[in-house]
Design a protein around this ligand. Structure first.
Ligand code: PYC
Length: 310
């Protein structure tokens, strides 16, 4: 039996797994993440997918950290496998840890497969996350879709790999969702077919489409396609970090200025950065809300123990 807390951050769900997951042994969170991916695929799918969940859920498995300076370790996984980091998920995890009395004071450090992130609980209920160092990797990359359209975009790291480009005139509104999913999926497939990768051959498994915010704050409205071809309901914390790295590299935003990233639902993260050694050190701020707590039950003869794709 798995005990969980469900939360959402700016509309995007996080299922925090508090107990009941099989032991992943010792080692760093990165090493335990590899074990989770190779030995527990079916259980992970059962936790996230229908009938116990749904395709958009990101699960966050809480573990002890291998680093004594961290309050906890966490492995994020979605409908198709682990994520390096997850910004909205970290905000959810920190809110859950705080409710469980597992945060001393206002600061919390977490070990993730992508590195250590630090979070702060603010008096107004917001949580900010100092994400991993983020950077622009390749600029003005052209890829050709299967219909012959050439798309130009940038590849950036924000804790996950992103291909970032414009929305090609598709409205970044809920009514545009079927076309946004179709267009960004075509980009994702073209990236794979044309051998475009992040560093070390890592798949570029997130596609982010932008449109500038109309007059007012410095920022963008965005659509993010996640690795399992689901779209992020939140403005995507790692996507905001990758965007900030890209905008900073192009001189569109300066250290200390506030950036606003808005989701298709209209929910927002604010972000700032400090210069890092290879890129930037982003801080993302948002808010998480509890939606339920409970136990997941997997009966031996249940034909849908491992969920099903929709
Ligand atoms: O907030 O970083 C994020 C994220 C990644 C995938 C879904 N959300």
């Amino acid at each position: 039996m798995i005990e969980f807390h469900d939360l959402h951050t700016a509309g995007e769900p996080t299922r925090v797994i508090v107990s009941g997951f099989p032991d992943l042994g010792n080692g760093t969170i990165s090493e335990r993440c590899q074990r989770l991916a190779s030995e527990h695929q079916e259980l992970c799918a059962g936790i996230v997918r229908e009938p116990r969940g749904h395709e958009a859920i990101v699960a966050a498995l809480l573990l002890d950290s291998s680093d004594p300076q961290c309050d906890a370790g966490v492995i994020f996984f979605n409908n198709v496998g682990p994520l390096g980091m997850c910004g909205h998920g970290t905000i959810g995890v920190v809110r859950a840890l705080s409710e469980m009395g597992r945060v001393q004071g206002k600061i919390c450090s977490l070990e993730t497969p992508a590195g250590i992130v630090r979070a702060k609980l603010h008096d107004d209920g917001d949580i900010s996350v100092e994400n991993v160092e983020s950077f622009l990797y390749q600029e003005d990359v052209e890829i050709t879709l299967d219909n012959g359209t050439v798309v130009c975009g940038d590849i950036a790291w924000g804790g996950n790999w992103f291909f970032i480009t414009g929305a090609a005139g598709i409205p970044l509104q809920r009514e545009g969702l079927p076309r946004l999913v179709e267009y960004s999926s075509a980009i994702r497939i073209a990236l794979d077919l044309q051998g475009r990768t992040g560093m070390g051959g890592a798949p570029i498994d997130h596609v982010e489409l932008h449109e500038d915010l109309p007059d007012g704050p410095l920022g963008v409205r965005c659509f993010v396609l996640c690795p399992g071809m689901e779209w992020d309901r939140s403005p995507c914390g790692t996507g905001t970090s990758a965007t900030l790295a890209l905008k900073a590299a192009k001189g569109k935003i300066q250290e200390g200025q506030t950036w606003i990233q808005e989701s298709i639902l209209g929910s927002r993260f604010s972000a700032t950065y400090e210069n890092g050694s290879q890129g930037i050190l982003p801080t993302i701020r948002g808010r998480a809300y509890h939606s339920s707590r409970g136990q997941l039950i997997f009966e031996d003869d249940d034909p849908f123990r491992s969920g099903f794709p929709t």
